[in-house]
Write a protein of this length. Structure first.
Length: 290
């Protein structure tokens, strides 16, 4: 994951902090100083997913990376959490608790889904928006049926069975991923390590929100195209590049692909993603405090 453009950069290890949102503990990492950047991670991952970007962005920005409810060190979602709009409001409340009036937001997969809702509901809070390997349209019927079936089985059995692991883990990476690599094996191990309680109280409910989402494509034109960027891993399996192209066309904003990367593009090709994010976030109005 070393980026040749930043050879002298030492890995930072931000510590967890906690906010109480809706009566529940929301964990987040914080690193750096300057204009704030909020990073939203993928479903089934946690804030540590963004480590290569934390290392680089924290040189220019105050980087805040929450764990999604039920993931990492965050509690299960607050009672009454029903949809992506609720998740957006929870993240707005986190910003308020930190006295942040405006920030850049970068969301990948599920993180991009609530990030789009945050930008729609609180446009003054979101200076620039990056939607990465995500799709805010309704989940296609075929994949929704598969995912909901997986969630039902996980809830029933209280574990991610080996045959489900064999189906789930490869979806997050490009087809060229080395299945013996630390990246692939560590993600598989993390899924095996989820407790029955965490699966039933956090992972499954969040999955049903993500894959049962409503179609939000019709409102994408409201986003400011000058301050929005769509990014997609060239080999993304669950969120094909065509979906990102369609969203960028509706927003009328730039769209770029990350070569040699699948769904978790920021980990498969961190150097390319770092360059894309720095160029977009540092460019023009709203650039970082130096």
């Amino acid at each position: 994951m070393n980026d040749p453009n930043y050879p002298a950069l030492a890995t930072t290890h931000p510590t967890y902090r906690y906010a109480t949102i809706g009566g529940r503990k929301l964990a987040y990492l914080e690193s750096g100083r300057g204009f704030p950047v909020l990073l939203g991670h993928s479903y089934l991952w946690d804030a540590a997913m963004w480590q290569p970007q934390i290392d680089v962005l924290s040189r220019h920005f105050r980087v805040i990376v929450p764990d999604l409810w039920g993931h990492g060190q965050s509690d299960p979602p607050p009672d009454g959490t029903r949809d992506l709009d609720d998740l957006a409001e929870h993240h707005a409340a986190l910003l308020d608790s930190l006295a942040i009036d405006a920030c850049h937001v970068v969301g990948l997969s599920a993180g991009g889904m609530w990030a789009e809702a945050l930008a729609q509901r609180h446009p003054g809070k979101v200076r620039k928006l990056v939607l990465m390997d995500t799709f805010v349209g309704e989940e296609p019927e075929a994949s929704r049926s598969v995912y909901m079936g997986m969630l039902a089985r996980i809830e029933r059995e209280g574990e991610v069975a080996p045959e489900l692991l064999d189906r789930i883990v490869p979806m997050f990476f490009g087809p060229a991923i080395d299945r013996q690599s630390a990246l692939f094996r560590n993600f598989s191990s993390a899924l095996c390590g989820f407790s029955t309680e965490r699966l039933r109280d956090g992972i499954v409910p969040l999955g049903r929100i993500v894959f049962g989402r409503k179609d939000r494509l019709a409102r994408l034109h409201r986003l400011d195209p000058r301050r929005t960027l769509v990014v997609a891993g060239q080999c993304d399996i669950p969120r094909p590049v065509a979906e990102s192209i369609a969203m960028a066309n509706l927003i009328d904003c730039p769209m770029t692909t990350v070569p040699d990367a699948g769904h978790i593009a920021n980990l498969e090709n961190p150097g390319a993603v770092n360059r894309i994010l720095l160029k977009f976030l540092l460019d023009g109005d709203g650039q970082a405090v130096r």
